[in-house]
Design a protein around this ligand. Structure first.
Ligand code: ATP
Ligand code: PRP
Ligand code: MG
Length: 283
């Protein structure tokens, strides 16, 4: 049984849950308890505050965990990054009152900076050879300059709207962050096997995400040209149609080049083009 630590509620919760769901890992729908077992996969889910996830994984209380990179780097716990998950993207930035002129990173010299990330901030200031006072608070960081608690802040920024509503401006981006799958460094072989199966399922979902299954009716006399336009995984499937002179062509297209290819197919006389989402894809 593999134990995964995930955030009990907050910004990471929804995407973490849909991630497990897409990998067909079913959790009992009973009231949310701290520890829930899957009914169809050898995994149990431990719900925690995100602050505690790195340590829980590093010490082996959980085998793997899903946590923001910002929190993982700040905690500096001895666990490894298994996979970058690509959601909950944000950045850790220095911000200051918007009406004051910013003169470069030296502006922070001697200033008081409020943050929940003292580790990352002090390392950055040291690198920049700036001496500043770090004031640690656990939440509502953005209000601190407005109430005279600090001169500036170091916090998470995504759209920037929290900064704007607190009359602050982002002046230095210190690190980018996304959700990470982290793992204990000493997993048993059995647990490594379960993790491998989990990653395999996650990859199948990810690969499918930006692909579409496309079906169309094609005039037989244009078939060679149509096939030449389609990248496909191998070659497209071609099936005869009841109507003389026509066939049905099935293939998989990358979302990125989708519109360009559809345009070419139409120009070559393809009709009745159907585009279907793909749930999972194993290459
Ligand atoms: N505005 C945002 N946009 C995108 N990602 C974000 C945003 N805010 C936070 N995150 C990411 O989501 C993680 C969790 O954020 P959240 O605000 O839920 O944390 P928290 O309040 O510390 O929760 P907890 O109660 O678990 O301690 C952050 O560590 C960060 O990686
Ligand atoms: O740049 P933005 O898009 O405004 O996002 C940044 C804000 O999002 C997070 O807080 P959240 O909204 O999760 O609330 P919290 O203070 O309860 O953590 C973070 O702590 C910032 O305050
Ligand atoms: Mg937290």
């Amino acid at each position: 049984m593999l134990r995964i630590a995930v955030q009990a509620k907050g910004r990471l919760y929804d995407e973490t849950m849909s991630f497990l769901e897409e990998a067909d890992i079913k959790l009992s729908a009973t009231k949310r308890t701290l520890l829930v077992q899957s009914s169809n996969f050898p995994i149990e889910v431990l719900f925690l505050r995100d602050d505690d996830i790195p340590q829980t994984v590093a010490t082996g209380v959980a085998d793997i965990g899903i946590v923001g990179e910002n929190e993982f780097v700040e905690r500096a716990e001895d666990a490894e990054i298994v996979k970058r998950l690509g959601f909950s993207k944000c950045r850790l930035s220095l911000a200051m009152p918007k009406d004051i002129e910013y003169t470069g990173v030296q502006w922070f010299e001697g200033k008081k900076i409020a943050t929940s990330y003292p580790g990352i901030l002090s390392r950055y200031l040291k690198e920049q050879q700036v001496k500043a006072e770090i004031h640690v608070i656990t939440g509502s960081v953005e209000v601190s300059p407005g109430i005279g608690l600090a001169d500036a802040i170091f916090d998470i920024v995504s759209s920037g709207s929290t900064l704007v509503s607190n009359r602050l401006k982002e002046v230095e981006v210190v690190m980018k962050s996304e959700a990470l799958l982290i793992g204990n460094k000493n997993l048993s072989d059995e647990k490594k096997e379960i993790l491998k199966e989990l990653l395999f399922r996650m990859d199948a979902v990810k690969t499918a995400e930006d692909k579409k299954y496309v079906l169309m009716n094609a005039p037989k006399d244009k078939l060679d040209e149509i096939v030449a336009v389609l990248p496909g995984m191998k070659s497209p499937t071609v099936m005869p149609l009841a109507q003389e002179g026509w066939c049905s062509v099935h293939t998989v297209l990358d979302e990125k080049c989708f519109w360009e290819i559809i345009g070419k197919l139409k120009a070559l006389g393809a009709e009745g083009i159907l585009v279907l989402p793909i749930e999972k894809m194993i290459i």
